[in-house]
Design a protein around this ligand. Structure first.
Ligand SMILES: *[C@@H]1O[C@H](CO)[C@@H](O)[C@H](O)[C@H]1NC(C)=O
Ligand SMILES: *[C@@H]1O[C@H](CO)[C@@H](O)[C@H](O)[C@H]1NC(C)=O
Ligand SMILES: *[C@@H]1O[C@H](CO)[C@@H](O)[C@H](O)[C@H]1NC(C)=O
Ligand SMILES: *[C@@H]1O[C@H](CO)[C@@H](O)[C@H](O)[C@H]1NC(C)=O
Ligand SMILES: *[C@@H]1O[C@H](CO)[C@@H](O)[C@H](O)[C@H]1NC(C)=O
Ligand SMILES: *[C@@H]1O[C@H](CO)[C@@H](O)[C@H](O)[C@H]1NC(C)=O
Ligand SMILES: *[C@@H]1O[C@H](CO)[C@@H](O)[C@H](O)[C@H]1NC(C)=O
Ligand SMILES: *[C@@H]1O[C@H](CO)[C@@H](O)[C@H](O)[C@H]1NC(C)=O
Ligand SMILES: *[C@@H]1O[C@H](CO)[C@@H](O)[C@H](O)[C@H]1NC(C)=O
Length: 532
């Protein structure tokens, strides 16, 4: 949850220094900001449009998400409000048009958690890089962790129109509005249009490729929250296990297992760097820690069999009572702090579920905000998993492997996913890519428009011990505009010793293999290979 907590806190720390009176000379724009034309949006009615120039805008940095503070930004800030007749929704699309130095491109930005968009946090860096940029609220508030304000209608039924907006509809509205507003303001439409998102934003990017294949020339769909109805419920599995087994290990205990698994499997790729590069090959046995003693907050704790068993079940992933596998588990080496969080209340350690899965079960499955998720048994869990797919698979599954229309439209798409993602199981992304490959006639066909990159040791969207891609969005742009299909994504991390480690992450299914000589912290000592 690290990512979401930081984002929620930082979103309130956005700084504005915007003065309406300061007039900088507008070098682009054939129309004044205040008179941008209202767009025509299929299936929607535009309720209002307003534009104001915002000068010298600053947006605070969000560690890991927005690397640097954006300052001195001058944009035409256009707000379009629309509704879908019969849906009783009010959707806002915000477009930021750089007053100087527009690069001729449009970039739509994605959301996180339950937020359809992350507002200025995504708009600012895109506009600062010269893009006409857009985001949408999808018709609801920007609470990342809970849909409490919008999931249910006043009569307690699922609010299908707003779920549809979040899942798909408002994304296309944003594409249509963003391009039209850009064209009206500059007098010419964007030469190229792009999608940029991670997590929920990654899911949205894939939704665009699946349902609205003509919207974007290029899509970056990182750590995507696809297979939503499955993986969101699977995120609750570790909590169900802890509740059923009535054992709640501390995060310190879980970390002892993470450390032991890294010690066991770090060297499988021939490099000792604190990263499990090949979690699929790691045969870590949690039970071997039973009886060992670790130090947590100055006290000695002896690892119990039950704790080891909880770790085993978490790594294995959810199963139904009859033993059939429901979804993937946590990748070995990833942190337990997301889905297996626990907290100490009045001296007792209790489960602290990941809010997005907890509230999904309460609001969308049980339709009861007070539903007590601690009471979920193994058989109830299997029921919830099936229900989630039956009710919501076609709405927000975002797992249609037929990308032929996107390919035919000339679209290019990159997905990368950290192999130490603590929230979204990377195997769900691999599963989807493999299904696309089967559906579309093999790797050669798919590689000419859709490429997957797996980043060892990288956590959800940001963080972790492994080098993370430094500029995957630019790789999409280079692919679209210069035909440079990326074989590798340059990646970087500063390790615990303070040294900079670089890698070139190889296109899946290739892996980045150490040449056996040279600096293991340097990308130049590795080559792409079929195995380690
Ligand atoms: C785990 O739970 C604690 C206590 O509620 C909370 O402070 C912390 O932020 C959570 N950790 C993560 C990674 O979400
Ligand atoms: C952009 O316009 C919206 C709607 O008027 C306003 O709420 C927001 O503060 C504006 N942003 C800036 C940076 O001026
Ligand atoms: C722009 O804003 C910064 C603070 O963010 C301020 O220091 C600076 O004086 C402002 N510049 C102008 C031209 O208003
Ligand atoms: C429309 O939505 C508003 C809240 O946005 C709600 O108060 C109202 O009851 C809804 N109307 C209908 C007919 O559902
Ligand atoms: C796990 O390893 C980290 C980094 O070496 C260390 O700081 C931490 O104390 C270890 N935790 C446990 C429980 O062994
Ligand atoms: C998950 O994907 C990895 C490739 O990253 C593979 O090695 C592993 O076998 C997969 N695990 C499962 C359970 O499918
Ligand atoms: C096992 O249970 C799951 C979930 O309840 C069900 O989908 C599956 O069909 C069952 N498999 C068998 C072999 O009974
Ligand atoms: C913790 O203990 C205090 C004092 O006994 C009590 O008032 C409070 O309700 C307890 N909190 C929880 C969450 O059980
Ligand atoms: C929720 O369920 C658990 C397990 O059945 C129970 O111990 C707990 O008291 C319940 N909490 C509430 C608020 O009912």
């Amino acid at each position: 949850m690290i990512h979401f907590v930081k984002l929620a806190i930082a979103a309130t720390a956005v700084l504005w220094s915007s003065s309406a009176s300061a007039k900088s000379s507008r070098t682009q724009g054939t129309t004044s900001c205040a008179s941008v034309a209202a767009p025509t949006v299929p299936g929607a009615q535009v309720l209002s449009i307003g534009g104001n120039e915002a000068h010298n805008v600053s947006v605070a940095a969000v560690p890991g998400l927005l690397g640097s503070v954006v300052t001195g930004l001058n944009v035409c800030n256009v707000t379009v409000v629309l509704t879908h007749p019969g849906a009783n929704d009010t959707v806002t699309v915000t477009v930021w048009l750089p007053l100087q130095g527009w690069n001729g491109r449009f970039q739509a930005t994605g959301g996180g958690g339950y937020a359809t968009g992350v507002g200025v946090l995504a708009l600012a860096p895109a506009a600062a890089a010269g893009y006409a940029a857009a985001e949408t609220d999808g018709g609801h508030d920007s609470n990342l962790e809970s849909p409490s304000s919008w999931a249910l209608t006043s009569t307690g039924a699922v609010n299908w129109p707003l779920l549809t907006d979040f899942a798909s509809r408002s994304l296309q509205d944003m594409a249509v509005v963003g391009k039209a507003v850009t064209a009206s303001y500059y007098g010419t439409g964007p030469r190229y249009s792009y999608w940029n998102g991670c997590s929920t934003g990654g899911r949205q990017g894939l939704m665009e490729a699946q349902r609205y294949p003509d919207d974007f020339d290029g899509i970056l769909a990182a750590s995507p929250a696809i297979n939503w109805p499955s993986f969101i419920v699977a995120q609750q599995w570790p909590q169900v296990v802890m509740n059923v087994e009535q054992t709640f290990p501390s995060q310190c205990e879980f970390q002892a297992f993470v450390n032991a698994s890294i010690a066991d499997c770090d060297g499988l790729d021939g490099v000792l760097d604190g990263v499990i590069a090949d979690p699929g090959e790691c045969k870590f046995d949690p039970y071997k820690l039973v009886g060992s003693t670790i130090l947590c907050d100055g006290s000695e704790v002896t690892i119990s069999w039950k704790t080891a068993d909880i770790v085993r079940k978490t790594l294995d992933g959810p199963t139904a009572p009859n033993g059939s596998k429901l979804w993937y588990g946590l990748n070995v080496g990833a942190s337990f702090s997301g889905n297996s969080n626990t907290t100490i209340v009045n001296g007792t350690t209790v489960g602290d579920p990941f809010p997005i899965s907890d509230t999904w079960i309460q609001y969308f499955l049980e339709k009861d905000p007070d539903y007590n998720t601690s009471s979920i048994t193994y058989s109830k869990f299997a029921q919830l998993f099936a229900q989630s797919n039956a009710e919501y698979g076609s709405v927000i599954g975002t797992d249609n492997p037929d990308l032929s229309a996107f390919r035919a439209a000339g679209g290019k798409m990159i997905t990368w996913h950290g192999l130490a993602d603590q929230l979204i199981f990377p195997n769900g992304t691999v599963n989807y890519y493999e299904r696309v490959k089967r559906e579309m006639g093999g790797a050669t066909t798919v590689d000419d428009f859709y490429r997957l990159f797996l980043a060892p040791g990288v956590a959800h969207c940001v963080g972790g011990n492994g080098p993370a891609p430094t500029s995957p969005f630019d790789a999409v742009v280079a692919w679209v505009e210069q035909g440079k299909a990326p074989d590798t994504l340059p990646a970087k991390v500063v390790d615990t010793s303070g040294a900079t480690v670089t890698h070139d992450i190889c296109v899946y299914p290739l892996v980045s293999r150490y040449d056996g000589k040279g600096d293991p912290k340097s990308a130049s000592s590795y080559s792409c290979s079929t195995s380690f």
